[in-house]
Design a protein around this ligand. Structure first.
Ligand code: FES
Length: 107
């Protein structure tokens, strides 16, 4: 668990609900989809919009500002105007808590 940062209690991260946490000062989006934890950058790569204020529809998170779509598992852009993917982070769940790596996963 070295380096992982505890960010939430398991019960607070609900299926289909977008939450925002800070990991070493970085805004991070966290949710569950099909029971899987999904952890990505919370800031849209198009401009400076908070994706936790967006909408989650199936496997897509929609930006609240100009409606870019991103895959919630991979961070890939599924709908423009964004062109760059979101960073994705590794998460671990243990003892009723969720911890997140402060370093994005390599794509
Ligand atoms: S800021 Fe997200 S689509 Fe423009």
């Amino acid at each position: 668990m070295t380096g992982f940062v505890s960010v939430a209690r398991s019960e607070d991260i609900k299926e289909g609900a977008l939450s925002r946490v800070d990991v070493n000062g970085r805004p991070i989006l966290i949710t569950r989809v099909y029971g899987r934890l999904c952890v990505l950058s919370a800031i849209c790569t198009h401009e400076d919009a908070d994706l936790s204020k967006g909408e989650l529809e199936d496997e897509t998170v929609w930006c609240p500002l100009h409606a870019s779509g991103f895959n919630i598992f991979t961070g890939a852009v599924t709908s423009p105007p964004a062109e760059e993917p979101l960073e994705v982070y590794e998460a671990r769940e243990y003892d009723g808590k969720i911890a997140v790596s402060p370093i994005p996963r390599k794509s």
